[in-house]
Structures are given as structure tokens and as C-alpha cells.
Design a protein around this ligand. Structure first.
Ligand SMILES: N[C@@H](CCC(=O)N[C@@H](CS)C(=O)NCC(=O)O)C(=O)O
Length: 234
């Protein structure tokens, strides 16, 4: 049994997709990051970095609880635990890790910054908006070129690299299918999988988020995510 701590965010969705695809038994413990649940002592005891998702595998190595955060580490752990969704040959494996790292170190942070400056920041700072929007487009082009040459992100096989990518690029590919046709083809194939649809539907998006239409997003939320409440420790 695995407990997933998170909510309706791209990072938690990656893990919900993987848990479903791997047929693991799991349950969701909702962490509402707009309400500051990630800043409580209880959550910080699980992840001192105050980010979701976190998993607790109650049947971890040696039969004891394993607490794990960072989606790249979680996906690799689950793939090793089940022996699924990572190629077994050394070259295929390395290429899978490469695309997984491209997602967690490039796509995730850059898309996150673009969303911050375009939607959430109070002051609309043109340089930052342009910087992260252009970087987002560049990363989409890299992925589109990759998917012009390969069926799945890591090659011939569907892997954890695909699961990591979809929650971030799915929305972009839907809106910009003509610009990124290969990403659109791949996203459609992903969404045809029941475990992907279930993982993408995890939690209920709050109205204050981009997905919910940004209704009522305010300075209290900004303080929790980027301001005084987030940085109360100094
Ligand atoms: N590198 C981390 C990123 C996790 C992350 O940014 N999580 C966001 C939600 S998508 C979060 O929990 N933010 C809360 C906060 O920063 O206070 C991972 O891959 O797990």
C-alpha cells in the first residue's frame, strides 16, 4: 500500500499515472498547497523541501515504510520496485533516464516559471514573461522533434519518461496542436490509456488555479507560495 501526498498538480499527476499503470494499491492524502498544507510541521517531517508530491510506501524495502519525494526519484523507485516501464537494455535504460531528467530539470521548472510570470505574478514583468515563454516554446520544439522520430519519449517503449512529461506538456499540446503535431499525436495516445486519464484527474482543481480559471487568486495565496508565509524561516 502506498500513500500519495499531493493534489491536482502536474507533479502529483505524474505519480498518480505511474501508480495506476503499475497496478499498485494506493490512496491519496490531499495536500492543498494554496492553503499552505505543505508548510505544516507534519508535512515538513515528510519533506523538508515543502513540495508535493511525497509517497510513503508502507511495503518498502525490508518491509518498512519508505518516505520519498522528488518525482524523478519516485518514478525510478516505482519502476524498479515493479520492474516495469523502464527498458531493460543498458542503452535504452540510459536514454529513458535522460528524457526523465530533461523533464524534471528542464520542462518542469521552466514551465513552472512561465506559469508564474504569465499568470500568478502580480506585476507583469515583460522580460521574465518573454524569457520563460520562449524557453517553454524551445523545450516543446525539442520534444516535438524527438516525437517525430520516436513513438514514445524514450523510444519504442512506453516508459516513466512519458508519464513524467504528459502533465506538463498535455495542456500546451492541446492548445498548440498545429505547432507541435508530434507532441499532439503522442498526447492523444497517452490520453487513450485509462490509467493516464485517471491519474490526470487526481484531486479537484481549485478555482484559484490556472486550470480553475484563476478566480479569487489573491495575495494570501501568493504569500503562501512565494512570499512571507513560504519564507517565514528567513
Ligand atoms: N522538483 C520537484 C517539484 C515539486 C513541486 O514543485 N511541487 C509543487 C506543486 S506542482 C509544490 O508542492 N509547491 C508547493 C510550494 O512550493 O510551497 C519534484 O519533481 O517533485
Amino acid at each position: 500500500m502506498i500513500t500519495l501526498y499531493g493534489g491536482p498538480t502536474p507533479n502529483a499527476r505524474k505519480i498518480a499515472i505511474a501508480l495506476g499503470e503499475m497496478g499498485l494499491e494506493w490512496s491519496l492524502e490531499t495536500i492543498d498547497i494554496l492553503a499552505g498544507d505543505q508548510l505544516t510541521p507534519q508535512f515538513l517531517a515528510l519533506n523538508p523541501n515543502n513540495k508535493t508530491p511525497v509517497i510513503v510506501d508502507h511495503d518498502g524495502p525490508g518491509g518498512s515504510d519508505l518516505v520519498l519525494w522528488e518525482t524523478g526519484a519516485i518514478l525510478l523507485y516505482l519502476a524498479e520496485k515493479t520492474g516495469r516501464f523502464v527498458p531493460t537494455d543498458p542503452a535504452g535504460r540510459a536514454i529513458c533516464w535522460q528524457w526523465l531528467m530533461f523533464q524534471v530539470s528542464g520542462v518542469g521548472p521552466m514551465f513552472g516559471q512561465a506559469a508564474h510570470f504569465v499568470y500568478y505574478a502580480k506585476d507583469k514583468h515583460p522580460y521574465s514573461i518573454e524569457r520563460y515563454s520562449r524557453e517553454t516554446s524551445r523545450l516543446m520544439r525539442v520534444l516535438d522533434q524527438r516525437l517525430a522520430a520516436a513513438t514514445w519519449v524514450a523510444g519504442d517503449d512506453y516508459t516513466i519518461a512519458d508519464m513524467a512529461m504528459l502533465p506538463y506538456v498535455g495542456l500546451q499540446s492541446g492548445k498548440r496542436a498545429q505547432t507541435y503535431p508530434h507532441v499532439a499525436r503522442w498526447a492523444e495516445a497517452m490520453m487513450a490509456r485509462p490509467a493516464v486519464r485517471a491519474g490526470m484527474a487526481v484531486g479537484v482543481a481549485r478555482p484559484e488555479t490556472i486550470e480553475g480559471g484563476m478566480q479569487g487568486f489573491n495575495d494570501e495565496h501568493r504569500s503562501i507560495l512565494w512570499g512571507d508565509k513560504q519564507h517565514a524561516g528567513g
